[in-house]
Design a protein around this ligand. Structure first.
Ligand code: NAD
Length: 475
């Protein structure tokens, strides 16, 4: 297991000699001590990325494509091992972890196919005075900062298009889940990624690390996934050097069930939208708006499905929901539930921590939740589904949009025209229409409002990592 920093193609300890303990959230057991990077290490990583990027950007697109495709192949060849690492440090069930590895690897395959298709245009100025050539060179060095909920995929979703476009990168994985990131770097080296192009530095002092990375003259872009609060800080700091930014931030997805929905399909979709990856996804359904005509049927069937979820260590056969990432998160989820119940919500199932070692919370359904209670405004990031009943569509849509977040929404109805019309009125970057999941490397992923800036994945995603240059000329 790699536990050192990966800088300039070599494995080394942090220059300050400090380490960070990594623990298993299911057992509290100590797994590893990982080297911690100092600001000087961040500077060295940016310098290495800069030097390697100059060579990489000049390589034929087809060569870059082939290296990225080998990254996909090798990640899939190591799917089981990577999934075990994810379960160990993050806690999600093995099936979700294997799914994450396939999703993460797919960003390499998709972007390997896009490399040769980065397009420009040639035109004539309206006055006829000159020709206009527009093309898309890489930005240079990209600083990547990622969260703990997808230890592999949140990295490759940025890394693959950044490399495809011809950039060098410096990655800062979170302290909770650094081991997967380090293993991915090792696999990428085996796949032929040149030394120095991809640097991975974990740190126990993210603020000082970020200052050093942002201030390196070759750094031209910051790509961040994490909470809106931290994203705002990084945006402000990036403004000091007018860096390009892509921000994938928090969510607060409404899940809407109309009276004409197929209730069984809505229940299956709700289970997916709520419980995937132990309910710790940014796209997780956070608030359920259910029409009064089907509210009882939906609530009873959904509560039965939630009560049947197999909660346990992600390594256990059949585990469907692992522990929350740490005690702090468990305390936050418990407080939100207690607060909602104190304000009149009724617990239909769950509602409490599990009396076992590790940070486990029982899958929970609440009904009679007030539409403006904290549990509907904050990102829960835990297995809790608050249900609000509605009768008036306009009023419900106003409530669904009454948030600064706008990442994902879900709509269930058998009337497709109504479903599309309502989808267009939901202020969110992604909509699952009669579906409990939407993410795909071939589709644009990103939020409206304070859920983010820019898009990842799809054809659009690669251009985020490019500049635009216009050359006026005549021939
Ligand atoms: P977080 O914001 O606490 O941390 C994210 C990363 O930022 C970590 O690597 C952390 O070490 C780093 N960080 C914290 N302070 C920093 C600083 N001052 N300077 C530089 N780096 C700093 O988020 P988290 O708790 O790890 O993840 C959960 C959050 O991520 C949720 O809000 C979730 O919605 C969001 N998320 C969003 C998406 C998306 O695509 N929109 C995807 C996954 C997770």
């Amino acid at each position: 297991m790699q536990t050192q920093l990966f800088i300039a193609g070599t494995w080394r300890d942090g220059s300050g000699g400090e380490t960070i303990a990594v623990t298993d959230p299911a057992t509290g057991e100590h797994i590893a001590d990982v080297a911690s990077a100092t600001p000087a290490d961040a500077t060295a990583a940016c310098e290495a990325a800069h030097q390697a990027q100059l060579v990489w950007a000049a390589a034929p697109p087809r060569d870059r494509a082939e290296v990225l495709r080998r990254c996909w192949e090798l990640m899939m060849a190591n799917q089981q091992e990577l999934a075990e690492l994810i379960v160990r440090e993050q806690g999600k069930p093995m099936a979700d972890a294997k799914g994450e590895v396939a999703y993460a690897a797919e960003f390499f395959r998709w972007n390997s196919e896009e490399v040769a298709r980065i397009r420009g245009t040639v035109g004539t100025a309206p006055s006829g005075a000159n020709r206009m050539i527009v093309h898309h060179p890489p930005v240079g060095v990209v600083v990547i900062v990622t969260p703990w909920n997808f230890p592999a995929a949140m990295i490759t979703r940025k890394l693959a298009p950044a490399l495809a476009a011809g950039n060098g990168v410096v990655i800062k994985p979170p302290t909770e889940t650094p081991l997967t990131a380090l293993r991915v770097a090792e696999i990428m080296t085996e796949a032929g990624v040149p030394g120095g192009l991809v640097n991975v530095t974990v740190t126990n002092d993210p603020g000082a690390w970020f200052d050093a990375a942002v201030d390196h003259p070759a750094t031209r872009m910051v790509s961040f996934t994490g909470s809106t609060a931290v994203g705002k800080k990084l945006l402000k700091r990036s403004a000091d050097r007018v860096l390009k930014t892509v921000m994938e931030l928090g969510g607060n997805a409404p899940f809407i069930v109309f009276e004409d929905a197929d209730v069984d399909a809505a229940v299956a979709g709700a289970l997916t939208a709520k419980m995937r990856h132990s309910a710790e996804t940014c796209t997780a359904a956070n608030r359920f708006y259910v029409h009064a005509d089907v509210a009882d049927e939906f609530t009873e069937k959904f509560a039965a499905a939630m009560a049947a979820v197999n909660v346990g260590n992600g390594f256990e056969q059949g585990s469907e929901c692992g522990p929350l990432i740490h005690e702090r998160q468990l305390d936050k989820v418990a407080a939100l539930v207690d607060d909602a119940v104190g304000a009149g919500a009724e617990v239909v199932t769950g509602g409490h921590r599990l009396d076992v070692p590790g940070s486990f919370f029982a899958p929970t359904v609440l009904r009679n939740v007030s539409p403006d209670s904290p549990i509907t405004r904050e990102e829960i990031f835990g297995p809790v589904a608050p249900i609000i009943t509605f009768t008036d569509t306009d009023e419900m849509i106003d409530q669904a949009n009454a948030t600064e977040m706008g990442l994902m929404g879900y709509v269930f109805t058998q009337d497709l025209a109504k479903g599309l019309a309502v989808s267009e009125r939901i202020q969110a970057g992604l909509i699952g229409l009669n579906r409990g999941a939407a993410s795909d490397p071939a589709a644009p992923f990103g939020g409206m409002k304070q859920s983010g800036l820019g898009r990842e994945g799809s054809t659009e995603g690669i251009y985020e990592f490019c500049e635009t240059q216009y050359i006026a000329t005549n021939w």
